[in-house]
Design a protein around this ligand. Structure first.
Ligand code: FES
Ligand SMILES: [Fe+2]
Length: 439
C-alpha cells in the first residue's frame, strides 16, 4: 500500500525533458525536501554574521527552522530552532545575541550555545525520578547532523551519511576561493543585511534561470537598452559615464551570439560553473588603486592569476548561486511547492579600497533591489512559468537546447564550442535531482 503512494520519480525525468508535476505537485515537494534539501549540504551563512559568542542567525534548511550560533569557544553550531520541552521555537527573532545561554520564552528551560541542556526551573523537585533532566540527550536542543565551513562559508547537512563538504563542493568550491582571493587579506566579510524576495514559483525555476545564458539578452534587453541610452548621453556631456551604467548596458551589449561564446561545466552533484565573466577590470583610478593593494599582498604573478579566474556564476545545487567576481550570492529557501524565498547577500573584500566595495554594492542594488527592473523582469517570468506549468496546456518542460552535443569527460559535462546557451545546466540539475530522489 505504502509503495503505491510513493511516486516512481524515474518516470518524471527524461534526459532532455521533465514532467510538469515536478514543479507543481505538493507531494513531490515534500519528497524532495526530505531527500534533497534535508540531506545534502545547505549554505547556512557566513561566519562573520555571528562574530561574538551567543550571536545567532536563524536559517531555513528544507522545511526545518534552524539557527546558526557562535559558542563561547568560538565554534559555530547549527541547531534546530526548537525547544525540547514542548516544542517552542527558541529564537523568534531573525537574528540577535542569546547572551550567556539560550532561554526558552515559554517555561524558561535554558541551554548552552551548543544546545546542551543547562537548567530546568526547579529541576530536582519537578523531574527527580523521571526520564527528564541533564544528561538525557532528549532534553538537549537537537543539532544538525553535520556542520562544516569552507573559507568562512558555513554549511550544514541534516543527514549523518553522505560526502563531506569538500567532496560535495568539488570544483564548485572555486566560488569561495575566487571571492576570497580577490580580497587583499584573503577573506571576505558579510554586509549584515540582505534582500529577501519571496517568489510565487517553484524553487527549481529560480535555479534553472541562474545559468540560463539565453535569457539575459531577451528578458533584460529593455533595461540594458535604456541604460545604454543614458550612458551615451552622460558620456557625450561629461566625457565619461559611471561604471554602474555599464553594468546595466552590458545586458544589451552581450548578445545571444556572445553568450554562446561562454561555456558551462556541469558536475555530478548538480553543480555548475558558467564561465565568460563580463570584464569589469577597467583602467579607472579606483581599479588601479585596488590592483596596487592586491599586487602588494600577492605579488604580480599571483594577482594576475586571481584576476584571470574566468567565472560568471557558480551554482551549488540545490540551494546556492554565487557570483564571486561581484561578491554576491543568492541562497534559495523553498517555502512551499509554489513559494520560494531567496536571500541575496553581498560581501566586502577585506583590505580592498572602499571604492571597490561601493562598486559591488552598486551592482548588488542594480540587479537585486526592489527598485530594479532586472530582478523584477526575472520574477515576472518565474511566476508566469509556474502558472503555465500548473495548467493543463502541456505535460513536459523542455531542456532540449543543444541536447546530444554535450562533451562528457570524467563525469563532467562540458558544453561544446559556441553552445554557451545550451540547456545542459538544467539537464544536469534534473539528473542530480532524479538521483537524489531515487536513493
Ligand atoms: S517549551 Fe521551552 S521551556 Fe517549555
Ligand atoms: Fe535574469
Amino acid at each position: 500500500m505504502l509503495q503505491e503512494r510513493v511516486p516512481d520519480f524515474a518516470k518524471f525525468v527524461e534526459p532532455d525533458r521533465v514532467r510538469r508535476e515536478v514543479y507543481t505537485d505538493p507531494q513531490i515537494f515534500d519528497h524532495e525536501m526530505q531527500r534533497v534539501h534535508e540531506r545534502v549540504w545547505i549554505y547556512c551563512g557566513h561566519e562573520s554574521q555571528v562574530p561574538r559568542a551567543g550571536d545567532y542567525y536563524t536559517v531555513q534548511i528544507g522545511r526545518q527552522p534552524m539557527l546558526m550560533v557562535r559558542g563561547k569557544d568560538g565554534k559555530i553550531h547549527v541547531l534546530y530552532n526548537r525547544c525540547p520541552h514542548r516544542g517552542n521555537m527558541m529564537c523568534g527573532d531573525r537574528h540577535g545575541n542569546a547572551g550567556e545561554f539560550f532561554r526558552c520564552s515559554y517555561h524558561a528551560w535554558t541551554f548552552q550555545h551548543d544546545g546542551r541542556l543547562r537548567s530546568i526551573p526547579m529541576m530536582e523537585s519537578g523531574y527527580a525520578g523521571t526520564r527528564f533532566g541533564r544528561g538525557n540527550p532528549d532534553c538537549d536542543m537537537k543539532k544538525a547532523a553535520r556542520v562544516e565551513s569552507y573559507r568562512g562559508f558555513v554549511f550544514a547537512s541534516l543527514a549523518q551519511e553522505g560526502p563531506g563538504l569538500l567532496e560535495f563542493l568539488g570544483a564548485s568550491k572555486v566560488a569561495f576561493d575566487d571571492m576570497c582571493d580577490r580580497a587583499p587579506e584573503g577573506e571576505v566579510e558579510i554586509v549584515p543585511n540582505c534582500f529577501r524576495v519571496i517568489q510565487h514559483s517553484n524553487w527549481k525555476i529560480f535555479l534553472e534561470n541562474q545559468l540560463d545564458a539565453l535569457h539575459p539578452s531577451v528578458v533584460h534587453q529593455s533595461t540594458g537598452r535604456a541604460a545604454m541610452e543614458v550612458e551615451k548621453q552622460i558620456r557625450k556631456k561629461t566625457g565619461q559615464a559611471p561604471l554602474s551604467y555599464h553594468m546595466l548596458s552590458a545586458f544589451a551589449e552581450v548578445t545571444i551570439e556572445k553568450w554562446d561564446g561562454f561555456q558551462t561545466l556541469n558536475y555530478p552533484y548538480g553543480h555548475c560553473i558558467l564561465t565568460g565573466y563580463m570584464g569589469l577590470r577597467p583602467k579607472d583610478p579606483d581599479t588601479l588603486a585596488y590592483e596596487k593593494v592586491m599586487q602588494k599582498a600577492y605579488g604580480k604573478k599571483r594577482m594576475e592569476e586571481i584576476f584571470g579566474v574566468n567565472i560568471h556564476h557558480v551554482l551549488i545545487y540545490p540551494g546556492l548561486s554565487v557570483q564571486s567576481p561581484l561578491q554576491q550570492l543568492r541562497a534559495v529557501r523553498p517555502l512551499g511547492v509554489d513559494q520560494t524565498l531567496t536571500e541575496i547577500w553581498h560581501f566586502r573584500l577585506k583590505g580592498a579600497p572602499e571604492a571597490i566595495y561601493r562598486r559591488s554594492l552598486a551592482y548588488y542594488n542594480l540587479v537585486n533591489s526592489p527598485a530594479t527592473l532586472i530582478n523584477a523582469d526575472d520574477l515576472e517570468n518565474f511566476w508566469k512559468v509556474h502558472q503555465g506549468l500548473a495548467s493543463d496546456g502541456g505535460d513536459w518542460v523542455s531542456f532540449g537546447r543543444h541536447y546530444g552535443r554535450d562533451i562528457e569527460k570524467d563525469g563532467v559535462v562540458e558544453t561544446g564550442a559556441n553552445m554557451g546557451t545550451s540547456e545542459a545546466p538544467m539537464r544536469n540539475q534534473m539528473k542530480a535531482w532524479a538521483r537524489y530522489m531515487k536513493d
